[in-house]
Design a protein around this ligand. Structure first.
Ligand code: FEO
Ligand code: CA
Ligand code: CA
Length: 681
């Protein structure tokens, strides 16, 4: 019998702790914080809200509770005291909140329908190979099928570049973050001294991005088969390296001696979409795919957690010995960097721009946005004549939140990816008094060079700095966060929200005002408000995750979670064009199985009143991640990732979506309202 030693591939701990820097472990901030908290965090939060959000209405009196009863009251009489945004949002949170559950199914509110769409293996391009339920599709098949582990997703209306109002046809573009090797092959992954090359080929093709042309046929959405827009981008697709690190010596490999190109994008988690209608895919936990067995790893590997024994899926052991697989071994083997792949990991860790409307365009790795565990990216609304601004979180315990400001101004008529090739990358410092600062990671900035000199750290140039973004941020004294995940920007107020999913490694000595809980197993959502052109901001904690009774703030400004909205491990985040904040959760299998929260879920929130209601619950052992909608907000696309992720190759813990004894498959879920109305109403 074949020895399937699948248990050696370890998918746990994919967000490792690798920040061992000693910048501000917060003993000193604690002192500040205690002084600050004398007036209570809640008071500061309220002051912040008074200064910012409540530009949207004098609604403070409505913030006492998140219960369904308050929901219904705020949708009627309470609106009399809520002058604008809150009263306009209340009808969009008119659905009846659903209960947490452990069903192996999608649950949506009464009056809504959820339909499975484009699951893993759906034929998309070329010879359109059909999905085989025993997972016996080949590597070549997978290259022509929708990938695994759906994650960040965006709907581009077909008329995105003109009016952007088409709600019946568009390009659905989504990430495929990783895969469960036990489910991905008929008997799990085959691992001995080598791995079968076709299994490796299939796994690399299961990663990346799908561009899917979709169109409504009556009330049903369908894939436009044969459309030239349908495209797979995988862990092997040739891409260009752009921005300051392009052509730098530490980007040079046997494949690209001049350091301007690489193959593939990996571990694409969250995403972003630009004001010029391109898609950005984030490379999150890419480091573990590589191995570097050298006695000493360079800082640009070690600080990111490149493997020391093997790559995550052992791709470097493919039995064909082909160059495309050998490259995952970054150990020093040749005479120079042009003779091996010691620099291959340096070509990962970036934001990658894809133009879904140009199927021939090579993806572009935008190095000016920094190299880290990019969860995703969110753009502030573009303003004619002003720089482009975007934000990105580094999802690992005690890592940072970043902001990029383009050097060149945005002009709608000429805007393009080139705007992301030069600019200043900043990292966030959250002060205990509710203010914050954006600290420049710029080798021409005297504040930066002084701190680098004081730390005894040198960078050869901006390319070297960007390859070592985490180290540069350490030097500047950035605030270590509880695993920054997705961000969202309010379309009218410009306020920025970020999820901090959890951080059980934070000790009581390490808490600070922005990360106020030790052993933070349930996470929170932070937000800030800043003025254009300034490098300071004001922040507060929007919502703490936790069980029923968890309260954010104090006194009359407090909000308390109820059975209608208790949640943990917030991850995906989106503010739709109407201003509704969608919160998705990524609890671990054990947190879902043993906690009070049920399966992972999606909630709808009003950013002003903090009314929060559970809208969607996913199947067993799945993550709910990625949400987008049509411009008319009558169709919502929600991604379900890794149903049954605690399965073995012979015992599936979920059979979603087909049911019965079927192998679980990640998929998109289309949510519509039965009366044809807007989502949420
Ligand atoms: Fe891939 Fe940070 O979740
Ligand atoms: Ca995520
Ligand atoms: Ca997550």
């Amino acid at each position: 019998m074949t020895d399937h030693t699948i248990y050696e591939i370890d998918n746990s701990g994919i967000e490792p702790l690798s920040n061992n820097s000693n910048n501000t472990t917060f003993a000193e901030v604690m002192t500040q914080r205690r002084q600050f908290l004398k007036g209570s965090l809640g008071t500061a939060v309220a002051a912040f809200m008074g200064a910012s959000l409540v530009a949207c209405g004098g609604d403070d009196d409505d913030k006492k509770s998140n219960s369904s009863s308050s929901a219904s009251s705020s949708s009627a009489p309470a609106s009399s005291s809520s002058s604008s945004v809150s009263s306009s949002l209340a009808p969009l949170l008119g659905f009846t909140a659903i209960a947490a559950n452990r069903n192996d199914a999608i649950t949506v509110p009464a009056g809504y329908t959820a339909t499975t769409f484009v699951p893993w293996g759906t034929p998309l391009t070329g010879s359109m190979p059909a999905y085989k339920g025993d997972a016996s599709n080949t590597g070549a098949d997978q290259e022509q099928q929708v990938g695994a582990h759906h994650d960040g997703v965006h709907f581009f209306p077909m008329d995105a570049k003109t009016t952007g109002t088409n709600s019946s046809e568009g390009l659905l573009v989504m990430n495929h973050e990783y895969l469960d090797d036990k489910i991905f092959h008929p008997n799990g992954a085959t691992l001995g001294a080598t791995r079968p090359a076709d299994e490796v080929r299939k796994e690399i093709a299961g990663h990346g991005v799908s561009v899917i042309h979709i169109k409504k046929n009556g009330s049903n959405w369908e894939v436009v088969n044969g459309s030239p827009f349908n495209r797979r981008i995988t862990g092997a697709t040739p891409m260009d390296i752009r921005g300051p690190a392009s052509g730098y010596a530490k980007m040079a490999t046997k494949y690209s001696p001049n350091g301007t190109a690489t193959r593939g994008t990996l571990n694409n988690c969250g995403m972003g979409y630009t004001p010029w209608n391109t898609y950005l895919t984030a490379e999150e936990n890419w480091a573990g795919y590589f191995v570097n067995k050298d006695a000493t790893q360079p800082r640009e590997h070690k600080r990111y957690g490149v493997g020391t024994k093997n790559g995550r899926y052992f791709w470097e052991l493919a039995d064909s010995g082909a160059d495309e697989y050998v490259r995952f071994d970054a150990s020093t083997k040749g005479a120079t960097a042009l003779d091996d792949y010691r620099n291959e990991p340096n070509t990962f860790g970036w934001m990658v721009e894809i133009d879904p409307f140009d199927p021939e365009a090579r993806p572009q790795k935008r190095t000016a946005l920094g190299r880290f565990g990019h969860e995703g990216v969110i753009f502030a609304p573009a303003v004619e004549g002003q720089p482009v601004v975007c934000y990105s979180g580094d999802d690992s315990q005690n890592e940072y939140i970043y902001k990029f400001v383009s050097a060149e101004p945005f002009h709608k008529a000429t805007a393009g990816g080139w705007l992301l090739n030069s600019g200043v990358l900043y990292v966030a410092k959250f002060n205990a008094d509710g203010t914050g600062e954006w600290l420049p990671l710029d080798i021409t900035n005297s504040a930066f060079t002084a701190k680098a000199a004081a730390a005894g750290v040198t960078f050869a140039n901006q390319a070297d700095l960007l390859i070592n973004t985490r180290l540069a941020a350490d030097i500047m004294g950035a605030t270590k966060m509880d695993r920054p995940e997705w961000g969202a920007v309010h379309p009218t107020t410009g306020e920025v929200y970020f999820t901090l999913t959890n951080n059980t490694s934070r000790t009581a000595e390490q808490i600070d005002a922005a990360n106020p809980r030790a052993n933070n197993a349930t996470g929170h959502i932070i937000r800030w408000n800043e003025e254009a052109g300034k490098t300071t901001f004001k922040w507060d904690i929007f919502l703490l995750g936790g069980d029923v009774g968890t309260t954010t703030g104090t006194d009359d400004k407090a909000v308390t979670l109820t059975a209608d909205n208790h949640f943990a491990s917030p991850d995906g985040l989106w503010i739709d064009p109407r201003g509704v904040l969608w919160i998705q959760t990524d609890m671990s299998g054990s947190q879902q199985g043993t906690g009070p929260y049920g399966n992972n879920q999606m909630l709808a929130a009003d950013p002003v009143t903090k009314q929060v209601k559970r809208f969607f619950v996913g199947p067993i052992d799945a993550e709910v991640t990625g949400v987008t909608g049509t411009p008319d907000m009558k169709t919502l696309f929600v991604n379900i990732q890794h149903p049954g992720d605690r399965s073995t190759s012979t015992n599936f813990t979920s059979h979603w979506p087909e049911g019965g004894t079927a192998r679980p498959r990640s998929a998109t879920v289309i949510v519509t309202k039965n009366d044809g109305g807007m989502i949420g109403s």
